[in-house]
Design a protein around this ligand. Structure first.
Ligand code: MRU
Length: 340
């Protein structure tokens, strides 16, 4: 399964809005269509957004026709602005943009910069794949044989363009021969758990059961959950973590029930410029995603709804943060500063 593939002059993505019933690939050759694909969640998950953003910027600059460096830089900022305006919470998106800005600032002539941006986009992708592999390896050490693991949203290959983060840890533990069972929360409103995590787990043959988000407390209270593992969209300098809406509730429930709560993310998700989760921007999406399921209305016409896409889990609920550079526990501030 190739979730994101660079084809030299365009990028190919698996359209996640069509899963699990249809496997449709899209070929995108310009940056506005890449920005739209990100906004519409055709490609999603913070690390995968970071990867595709790199390819989007690289493609965008190829089409800038000018010999004036000043004009080139202006048009480069237009490309970056469009890509940056897609998903505000995903730290990896802005990490990619910062990287690309540095490449341009350090570049010589326009031709060399154009070439360098393609090379760097490919590098961001391959380093992401490596990070997934390493963090999954580290995290698998926390998983014992016969564990039942609860996970939220989708954090697998679909969300990273590599091996996955939280789901990568689960897959790695299973590859090591451990007997693992997974509880998958459906993840309203857009059902990333029900549509995407189940689809990935089915392919790997890891046993899983789908539950609604509101069933999580019931299963935790029955002592049928050994740990919770989730991904992250952004981790602040103190360890507070933004992730898919509903993550905070799961963390509080885990603490109440004495269940370890792990966050798995590459270091590109860490944002040391923000002191705490209070400063993390939370994406607000259309209320229609709440009043409708897969386009079908479920509420009376005119119903007001709210749709914050992520919530913040305070660091004190997080047992450990798993990254490609190691596993950290409280106090997170020191550890995050060293590894990020
Ligand atoms: O809105 P989404 O589907 O992009 O949200 C994704 C998540 O919340 C993931 O948990 C997070 O990006 C980490 S993915 C490895």
């Amino acid at each position: 399964m190739k979730v994101v593939e660079w084809l030299g002059d365009r990028v190919r993505i698996l359209d996640q809005t069509k899963l699990p019933h249809e496997e449709v690939y899209l070929e995108l050759s310009d940056y506005p269509s890449i920005a739209s694909a990100i906004v519409e969640l055709k490609i999603r998950g913070a690390p995968a957004i970071g990867v595709v953003a790199g390819y989007g910027i690289a493609l965008g600059v190829q089409k800038i026709e000018t010999s004036s460096k000043e004009e080139f830089l202006e048009k480069f900022q237009d490309v970056v602005g469009t890509i940056a305006a897609t998903r505000p919470t995903a730290r990896n998106l802005f990490w990619t943009i910062d990287w690309m800005q540095k490449v341009v600032a350090g570049g010589q002539d326009i031709g060399q910069i154009k070439q360098a941006l393609v090379e760097e986009a490919i590098k961001i992708h391959s380093e992401g794949v490596e990070a997934d592999e390493k963090l999954s390896q580290h995290g698998a050490g926390l998983i014992q044989d016969n564990f039942t693991i609860l996970t939220h949203c989708n954090t697998g290959a679909l969300a990273t363009g590599g091996y996955g983060t939280a789901l990568g840890v689960i897959k790695k533990a299973e590859e090591q021969g451990k007997n693992i069972k997974v509880l998958v929360t459906e993840t309203r409103p857009l059902l990333q758990g029900a549509r995407l995590t189940t689809w990935e787990l089915k392919k790997t043959n890891i046993p899983y059961r789908l539950i609604t988000d509101s069933m999580a407390g019931y299963f935790m209270s029955l002592e049928k959950v050994n740990c919770v593992i989730v991904g992250a969209d952004r981790i602040a300098a103190n360890g507070d973590t933004a992730n898919k809406i509903g993550t905070y509730s799961l963390a509080v429930l885990a603490k109440e029930n004495g269940i370890p709560f792990y966050v798995a993310a590459p270091t590109t998700t860490i944002d040391l410029s923000l002191a705490s989760g209070d400063e993390i921007p939370i994406e607000q999406r259309s209320p229609d995603e709440v009043t409708h399921i897969q386009g079908v209305s479920i509420a009376p016409e005119g119903t007001q709804a709210q749709n914050p896409t992520f919530d913040i889990t305070p660091y004190r609920y997080i047992t450990a943060i798993i990254t490609e550079r190691g596993i950290m526990q409280e106090p997170y501030g020191d550890g995050l500063r060293v590894i990020a």
